[in-house]
Design a protein around this ligand. Structure first.
Ligand SMILES: [Zn+2]
Length: 352
C-alpha cells in the first residue's frame, strides 16, 4: 500500500489535453471568472465553487499558506508572488513530464507549457482556408503539412458549433466546397465539421472530440458522446472522448465497446473539487484500463495545471487504494493501472 501511495506521488504524467496559462496574471475578477467553466459574469464568486475550495486546499500551501486559508489571503499571497515564479511553482508541482496542447484556444493570450506536442483544431483550420478558391484542397494541404511538422492529433469542438447529434457520414468534396462558399467565418455547418473529422481520421490522426460540459454556448444534451456512435462505427483511427462529464459512464461504455475509443475525465476533475473522487471512481466502472487517459484541460490559471494532477493522484489513491486495502486488487494491479492511465496510454495513442 505504501508503495502505491509513493508511486502516485511521484509518477510523471502525460497530460493529454491541456491549454496554456494566461500571459498576464490578471486581476481578481478575471481569476475568479476563470474558475467558472460554465459562465462568464456574475454567477457566483469563483471561490464559492467546489474548485475554489480545492484551490484554497491544494494551491495555498504552495504559496506558503495553510491549507484552506481564506480566499482574501490566497489572493493577497498570489498577487505578491512574481508571476513567473507562480507559474513555475504550479507547473513544477504538477509533476507532468509531457503536455499534449490544444493551441487553438485564444492563442495570443496564453503561454503554452513545455515539453509539448500539439493537436490541431479542425474548425479553426477550416476558418483559415474559407477564403481560398479550393477550400477542400487547401484544408487537406494544411492538415497534411501539420502532420508532417509533428502534430500528434486533431481536435473538433463540434459540441460548441453544431452539437454532436449530426449526420456523421463522410461528405463528398463537392458538397463541402458548396457549403464553404456560403459558410460564416465561424464554422457551424455540420457538413464542414464532419468533413474535418473524416479528413483527420483518414490521415490516421488521433481525433479528440470535446464531449460533456463546457461553457454555456454548448447545448449539454447534444454533447453526449453516444451521439458519436455513427462516426465511431465508420472510422478506424483513435477517437478520444474529452472530459465527458456527466456522460463519463457512457464514455466508459464506448471505450469498452470499440477498440479505437478512448476517454478522459479531465476538466471535471478540477471543477468537482473534493467530489472528483467519485468521478474518478465512476470512470473506472466499465472501461478497459488501456482506454482511459489523464488530462487536466487546464486553461488560463497555472493553478489548474497543478490542481488537475493533484486531484487525480488523490482520487486514484482513494479509489483503487481502497480496493487494495480491501483485498480486491493487488498493489501491482494498482500501480500498473496508474501508469496506464497516467502516462502509458497517451504515449501509445499519440506515439509520443
Ligand atoms: Zn480543452
Amino acid at each position: 500500500m505504501e508503495l502505491l501511495v509513493e508511486h502516485l506521488g511521484s509518477v510523471g504524467l502525460v497530460d493529454h489535453h491541456v491549454h496554456g496559462w494566461f500571459t498576464e496574471p490578471g486581476d481578481r475578477a478575471a481569476f475568479e471568472e476563470a474558475l467558472n467553466e460554465g459562465a462568464t459574469g456574475p454567477v457566483s464568486s469563483g471561490f464559492d465553487l467546489p474548485i475554489g475550495v480545492a484551490v484554497r486546499r491544494w494551491c495555498a500551501p504552495l504559496l506558503g499558506l495553510p491549507a484552506l486559508t481564506t480566499s482574501d489571503e490566497y489572493w493577497e499571497a498570489r498577487s505578491a508572488t512574481p508571476y513567473d515564479e507562480l507559474v513555475r511553482t504550479f507547473l513544477t508541482a504538477a509533476g507532468v513530464d509531457h503536455w499534449v496542447v490544444d493551441t487553438g484556444l485564444t492563442p495570443g493570450l496564453v503561454t503554452d507549457p513545455e515539453p509539448r506536442s500539439e493537436v490541431i483544431r479542425l474548425e479553426l483550420l477550416m476558418e483559415q482556408v474559407l477564403g481560398e478558391d479550393d477550400v477542400v484542397g487547401a484544408f487537406r494541404e494544411r492538415l497534411g503539412r501539420a502532420v508532417a511538422s509533428g502534430t500528434v492529433g486533431a481536435k473538433t469542438i463540434a459540441a460548441y458549433r453544431c452539437g454532436l447529434e449530426i449526420d456523421w457520414s463522410r461528405p463528398d468534396d463537392a458538397d463541402v466546397a458548396a457549403r464553404a462558399r456560403t459558410a460564416s467565418t465561424r464554422v457551424v455547418d455540420p457538413v464542414l465539421v464532419a468533413f474535418g473529422a473524416h479528413e483527420a481520421a483518414a490521415l490516421g490522426l488521433p481525433l479528440q472530440v470535446h464531449t460533456g460540459f463546457g461553457d454555456r454556448d454548448l447545448d449539454l444534451s447534444a454533447a453526449n458522446p453516444l451521439h458519436l456512435t455513427p462516426l465511431i462505427r465508420t472510422v478506424s483511427s483513435p477517437v478520444l472522448l474529452l472530459h465527458c462529464y456527466p456522460y463519463h459512464r457512457q464514455a466508459g461504455y464506448l471505450a469498452q465497446a470499440f477498440e479505437h475509443v478512448f476517454f478522459d475525465v479531465g476538466l471535471a476533475i478540477n471543477h468537482l473539487g473534493a467530489r472528483s473522487v467519485q468521478l474518478v471512481a465512476e470512470a473506472m466502472d466499465l472501461a478497459p484500463f488501456g482506454k482511459q487517459l489523464y488530462s487536466s484541460d487546464a486553461y488560463g490559471l497555472p493553478e489548474l495545471h497543478f490542481l488537475g494532477s493533484v486531484l487525480w493522484r488523490r482520487a486514484m489513491g482513494e479509489v483503487i487504494g481502497g480496493w487494495v486495502r480491501r483485498g480486491d486488487w493487488s498493489t501491482d494491479d494498482a500501480i500498473r493501472v496508474v501508469d496506464l492511465i497516467g502516462r502509458d496510454n497517451a504515449a501509445r495513442v499519440y506515439d509520443l
